[in-house]
Design a protein around this ligand. Sequence first.
Ligand code: ADP
Ligand code: MG
Length: 333
Amino acid sequence: MTEPRPEVDVAAPVLEVSDLTVEFRTARGWGVAVDGVDLALRPGRTLAVLGESGSGKSATARAIMGVLPARSGRVSRGQVVLHGRDVLRLPAEERRTVRGAQVGMVFQDALSALNPVLPVGYQIGEGCRVHLGLSRRAARQRAVELLGLVGIPDARRRVDDYPHQFSGGMRQRVMIATALAADPEILIADEPTTALDVTVQAQILQLLAKLQADRQMSLMLITHDMGVVAGMAHDILVMYAGRVVEQGPGDEVFEHPAHPYTRALLDSICTADQKGRPLRVISGQPPDLGNLPSGCTFRTGCPQAADICRTRPPVLQVSHEHFGACHFAGGAS
Ligand code: ADP
Ligand code: MG
């Protein structure tokens, strides 16, 4: 605490993930679900992680948060560096403390993540007691404040209510309050609006954007819906079959998508809006991660696939800060 601190570079990442590789146990042995992912979260910025179902978004988030299933999931390679320390190599106890205090997470299955038999205020207060060392009474008071902060009307009265007494959107707000309990610098929201209707979706996204800006948090917003990230993402990372296929500043990626898969995601926005339901962007099935094609993993569903895509895996930098893993990125489209 008393050590002199070096000049802080405001753009320095609070979290840097490199070569993250996650495996799950399957009937055929351990199978790779996330393959060498690099990403960085910067203070006060939102990183949207995009990709269709099964592309490894949740597994990436769970590995960062340290909540992979104990027996059937593991990080087999890589680093998760929080403020210069690789949390994967910390002793278990310290690892929990560091992550719990600095990273809050809203899980994909938010509704089942709340305990049905405990009042919401108690569940929110738990994080304050554990990570901030607050007394039971102070934690309850903080829970009321957090409920107010996430837009639950009449928070003082609702703090002792149970999850089932809230609507879906309100429960999602409670989940967000729980994730904010320890006042984290990083908030990971995994498909936070998927189960909600369109109006409530917009309200929850607005809330996340406001919290991110007011508290200058790093927000990692995971979604399969490119429409969700428009106007919200400072940076975008696109995953396909467990790998990063494109990464760059939000407006750059929207205006000049480098990868055919990102272009397909973009094309799907208008179509989905028109029909009022999400659309499968790529024809065919998502790839079998245990049996990926040679060369580019996207080539079997790609309209631009050529011979080189079969023989060589693509790694191509398009411009500073923006790259796409495609042999034709930035060129022959
Ligand atoms: P996304 O969040 O992008 O939809 P996931 O990270 O949940 O994708 O899943 C990535 C891959 O890992 C998928 O092939 C999925 O079947 C597999 N997977 C995820 N969780 C488990 C698990 N607990 N056990 C076995 N396989 C899993
Ligand atoms: Mg998921």
